[in-house]
Design a protein around this ligand. Structure first.
Ligand SMILES: Cc1cc2nc3c(=O)[nH]c(=O)nc-3n(C[C@H](O)[C@H](O)[C@H](O)COP(=O)(O)O)c2cc1C
Length: 315
C-alpha cells in the first residue's frame, strides 16, 4: 500500500514535509498549489512552493515531492508543467478540488468539475507537455454540486493519460463537513484501470481500514490527520502488515514542534507564532497535552515566548 501526504496550502510547507517524512510511512508528498493564471510563471514561484527542487525533488528523508498546479487554461497549464519538470519535479499533480471562492472565480480548482471535458483537456495538455517518465497525477472531489459527473470526470482523466487519480470523497458543496463518502469512490473505481487513491476524514487506523474497504482503494492520502497524528502513516502501514504499533507519545511529539518552531524562527519570524499555533490546533485533536499547552500559548505573539513555554513543558 502507498500513503501520500496531502497538499495543504498555508499549512503543509517544506518544513513540515521534512518533519513528517522523517517520521516515515509516506511514499510521496504533494506541494501546496501553485496558481496558474495566463502565463508561464517565473522559476522563483516553483522554488518557493517546492524548495525540494534544489535537492532532486525529494525531502531530506528521500520522499518525492510532486508539484501541484491549479488553473483552467490547458496551454498555460502545460507550459507551467513543462517548467516544473525542467526544474526537476519528480511528478506533476493537478488540482481540481480546491473549494476556495477566490480560486474558483479565477477558473481553477473544483469549479472545473462542472465541465468534465475541460478537466480532460487540461490533463491531456499537461500529459503531452512533459516526458512520459514524469507522472501526471490528479486530485479531484466527487463533484461540484453533486457526484453525478464523477464517473465521467474519472473516465476522462484516465483517457487523458493521467498516471493516478486521488479523490477527496466529498463534493465542493459538502466542503469539509464530515463524513467523507468513501463508498462513492467504490462505485466508480471498478470501471477504472488507473490507480485510485482515497482521501478525506482518515484520522485513525480504523478510519483507514474502513476507507479502504468502502472505496476499494488500497492507497490513501492523509491531510489534516498527518498534523494531528504525526506518525499515523507508520501506524496504518503497521496495521496493514499485521504488526503491533504503539503511537508516538506526546513526549516524542513535543521535540518535533520545538524543531518546527526553531526552523520557523529562522525562516519566517513574522509568521512563526501563528504557524506554531496552527499545528497545535491539529495536535489538540489527538493529544490532551497539546490542548493544555495551547491554552498557555494561544495569546503569545512572539515565537521566542512560545518556545520558552514549550521548552518549560519538555520532559
Ligand atoms: C488548510 C487546507 C489547505 C488545503 N490546500 C490544498 C491544496 O493546496 N491543494 C489540494 O489539492 N488540496 C488542498 N486541501 C485539501 C486536502 O489536500 C485534502 O483533500 C482534504 O483536507 C481532505 O483530506 P483530510 O480529511 O485527510 O484532511 C487543503 C485542505 C486544507 C484543510
Amino acid at each position: 500500500m502507498r500513503l501520500i501526504l496531502a497538499p495543504m496550502e498555508g499549512v503543509l510547507d517544506h518544513t513540515l514535509r521534512d518533519i513528517l517524512t522523517r517520521i516515515g510511512g509516506y511514499d510521496r508528498c504533494v506541494t501546496e498549489f501553485v496558481r496558474v493564471l495566463d502565463r508561464p510563471l517565473p522559476v522563483r514561484v516553483f522554488y518557493r512552493a517546492c524548495p525540494e527542487l534544489l535537492a532532486d525533488g525529494k525531502t531530506p528523508a528521500g520522499t518525492p515531492v510532486y508539484l501541484q498546479l491549479l488553473g483552467g487554461d490547458p496551454p498555460v497549464m502545460a507550459a507551467n508543467a513543462h517548467i516544473a519538470a525542467q526544474l526537476g519535479a519528480p511528478g506533476i499533480d493537478l488540482n481540481f478540488g480546491c473549494p476556495s471562492k477566490t480560486v474558483n472565480s479565477s477558473d481553477g480548482g473544483s469549479v472545473l468539475l462542472r465541465e468534465p471535458e475541460r478537466v480532460y483537456g487540461i490533463v491531456r495538455a499537461v500529459r503531452l507537455a512533459v516526458s512520459p517518465q514524469i507522472p501526471v497525477t490528479t486530485k479531484i472531489r466527487l463533484g461540484f454540486h453533486d457526484s453525478s459527473l464523477f464517473e465521467d470526470i474519472a473516465l476522462g482523466i484516465q483517457a487523458a493519460g493521467a498516471t493516478e487519480l486521488c479523490v477527496h470523497a466529498r463534493t465542493r458543496q459538502q466542503g469539509y463537513l464530515p463524513p467523507a463518502y468513501w463508498p462513492e469512490i467504490g462505485k466508480v473505481k471498478p470501471k477504472l484501470t488507473l490507480p485510485v487513491i482515497a482521501n478525506g476524514e482518515i484520522w485513525s487506523t480504523a478510519n483507514a481500514r474502513q476507507a479502504q474497504a468502502e472505496s476499494g482503494c488500497t492507497d490513501l492520502m492523509l491531510g489534516r490527520s498527518a498534523l494531528s497524528f504525526p506518525d499515523l502513516a507508520q501506524a496504518i502501514k503497521a496495521q496493514h502488515a499485521g504488526e503491533d504499533y504503539t503511537p508516538m507519545p506526546w513526549a516524542a511529539v513535543l521535540p518535533l514542534v520545538l524543531q518546527y518552531a526553531a526552523t520557523l524562527e529562522g525562516r519566517a519570524p513574522k509568521y512563526a507564532a501563528s504557524f506554531i499555533k496552527q499545528w497545535f490546533t491539529y495536535l489538540r485533536r489527538q493529544y490532551p497535552e497539546a490542548e493544555t499547552l495551547f491554552q498557555h500559548i494561544k495569546r503569545l505573539k512572539l515565537p521566542t515566548d512560545i518556545r520558552q513555554v514549550l521548552e518549560g513543558h519538555s520532559p
